[in-house]
Design a protein around this ligand. Structure first.
Ligand SMILES: [Zn+2]
Length: 298
């Protein structure tokens, strides 16, 4: 069967799902497969049923591999929708987004328009430290802390197929992979007191060296090793964040929301995925409420 009109694609995709290996049950996978089918149409003027089934199978295969390593991961738009529903339910309006994510350009493709205070350095570690953000009077603050991990078009975790770059796929997060390789090779740890030209990387290497026992080769399953590297990188950033968070801003009603997790830079036409790990709200009276079950289920 050949389709000539792009607007029929979504319907056709649903009709041919039965012929694919699995049904599509992830909205972001559906969007990615639809986008890939649209690209076929745009370049060739038609798409075959076999190509549609191929795109569905590929999208399902990618999601299945992501969920094997990050069971709680979902498309970032779904994470945003759930988070916003909780904030709206709490009557939160004026809020400053402060984020601690790696400066790698693949983490910032979608961001624009909204005001963001960047707290993060390499690997999403909040190197900006205690120096505060600028919360509006009577407003609230939301901190997002997340390391990132890429998946290449060949479904390799820890790598990313970067558009227009000849040595693609390359490592993502390069800082986390670099730190693990530095330690695995038995190289000397940099002395933090004397580093002025590469402090962030030196700090990450030192912290990673304490966690290398978690990063065994995993019986040759390099995707499992890379997923564990992302979790260990998360713990490095979260440990630092826990030391510097403060509710010393705004007024008596101001709240500090802190979410952490792992950002996953997805291959092909997929939007980024995100695995939430923690989400809580700190109030001025010192109380801390866990918002994770309400937002993402237990
Ligand atoms: Zn990075």
């Amino acid at each position: 069967m050949v389709l000539q009109h792009q607007r029929k694609v979504s319907v056709h995709l649903e009709m041919t799902t039965a012929g694919a290996k699995n049904d599509l049950n992830d909205p972001s996978a559906f969007a990615a497969a639809s986008s890939a089918v649209s690209s076929h149409l745009a370049s060739s003027g038609y798409v075959t049923a076999a190509q549609v089934r191929e795109e569905i199978d590929r999208a399902n295969s990618i999601v299945s591999e992501i969920r094997r390593h990050f069971p709680g991961a979902a498309g970032s738009s779904e994470i945003l929708r759930r988070t916003k529903a909780v904030l709206d339910g709490m009557g939160v309006e004026d809020i400053l987004l402060t984020q601690s994510v790696c400066p790698d350009e693949i983490n910032h493709e979608e961001i624009g328009g909204g005001k963001v205070f960047h707290l993060g350095g390499l690997a999403g570690v909040p190197f900006t430290g205690k120096t505060g953000a600028h919360v509006p009077e009577g407003g609230h603050c939301f901190i997002l802390q997340a390391p990132h991990i890429g998946m290449s078009n060949e479904q390799e975790l820890g790598k990313y197929s970067r558009e227009g770059q000849p040595n693609s796929p390359s490592t993502a997060c390069g800082a986390a992979v670099g730190a693990m390789c530095h330690c695995a090779a038995g190289n000397e740890l940099p002395y933090l007191g004397g580093v002025t030209d590469d402090y962030q990387m030196s700090y990450i290497i030192n912290e990673m060296s304490k966690r290398m026992h978690f990063l065994s080769p995993h019986d040759g399953d390099t995707n499992a090793q890379q997923a564990e590297l992302a979790r260990q990188t998360h713990s490095i950033g979260k440990d630092m964040l826990d030391q510097i968070v403060s509710t010393n801003f705004g007024d008596d009603m101001s709240m500090l929301f802190v979410m952490s997790g792992i950002q996953i830079n997805m291959p092909f036409d997929f939007e980024d995925y995100f695995e939430p790990i923690s989400f809580e709200v700190h109030r001025k009276d010192g109380s801390v409420t866990d918002l994770f079950p309400l937002t993402f289920g237990s």
